[in-house]
Design a binder for this molecule. Sequence first.
Ligand SMILES: NC(=O)c1ccc[n+]([C@@H]2O[C@H](COP(=O)([O-])OP(=O)(O)OC[C@H]3O[C@@H](n4cnc5c(N)ncnc54)[C@H](O)[C@@H]3O)[C@@H](O)[C@H]2O)c1
Length: 351
Amino acid sequence: MAKKLRVGLIGVGGIAGAHFPGWDASPFAEVVALGDINPETLARVGQQRGIDRLYEDSWELIRQDDIDIIDICTPNAYHAPYAIAALEAGKNVLCEKPLAPTPAEIKKMIAARDKSGKLLMTAQHFHYQGSSIALKREIDQGLLGDIYHARLWMLRRAAVPLRPTFIDRGESGGGACIDIGVHILDLALWLMGHPKPVTVSGITQDRLMHQKGSFSIWGGAIPQSVDVEEFAAGFVRFDNGATMMLEVSWLLHHKTPGEDMQMWLYGDRAGAHWPSNEICSTSNKTKQQMNTQLQVAEGGEPHAKECMDFAECVAKGRPSPVPAEQSLNVLSILDALYKSSEQGKEVKVEI
Ligand SMILES: NC(=O)c1ccc[n+]([C@@H]2O[C@H](COP(=O)([O-])OP(=O)(O)OC[C@H]3O[C@@H](n4cnc5c(N)ncnc54)[C@H](O)[C@@H]3O)[C@@H](O)[C@H]2O)c1
């Protein structure tokens, strides 16, 4: 076995904890250096992980010659600057979602990637969930036929992540759309084969966050200074004639406790529900209505699997499992949704 690829992980807060097990399990890579602007967090995680190459200045970490992969787990605002610097320094980059909060930044990341010839992957871990893998495989073999409509939602009740990473616009770039909208939208587009979005009609709201006494089950009172959206709804048209209805919220008065993340994909052969993977169809010949269940064979923790897969792709010279162009599609739709909400009308998606 060749020497392991050396990973420098930047931003050792919450989600980094879900990446470490993947790097630990990978036969192709290992984390050897950490970066974080918070010296206490950096020292604590360094000690926990037994890693002594610690950088309060992550630019210095990026400049280290022996590092092969930079794993970016910082707030969204720093994804593009660190990723571009890392690609320019000849590193491969795995970057948390959203790849960047705006399409303009993603285009710059794509340009840096193309110049460097290195891999750039968005950490969309739902691609690695067993139900997603099983459904994608069947869709690609034609189970649903042409998918012409999708309904998707990621709805929470009183569950706002209260760290600045998510609710300070300067750090996050947006609210529920940018935080959780990217997950369900990315997954739906991937399952649909990434048709090109043409127009979006959408609305954002921030009503419940600014009510007196508003709270999140994660961390208590919601600061009244929050200036990002809590809710969004959108209708998307694609160039292949398909349509999509999207709903996202951190705070909706919705029945399901915690989080309700689901989608329906409707094709001209069958419809599918994710994550239950129930397949629904009607036989014109027998006049029967059929519901069947896809078997989900693959297990494993999806964040860990995504890190392991990225390491293997870098080691074996394979393409990025989640290319930046897919994230550009996702963020272009969300960007158009924001614009549509501001303008009060359907707008064109500019890619
Ligand atoms: N895929 C998922 O399921 C998932 C879940 C949560 C968060 N995320 C994404 O991960 C990223 C981080 O989220 P989190 O929950 O870990 O946030 P967090 O606030 O818990 O941690 C962020 C860490 O980055 C550090 N940091 C902040 N600015 C920095 C900078 N300029 N340079 C270096 N370090 C810096 C902070 O000190 C902190 O330790 C976000 O992009 C978020 O969208 C993804």
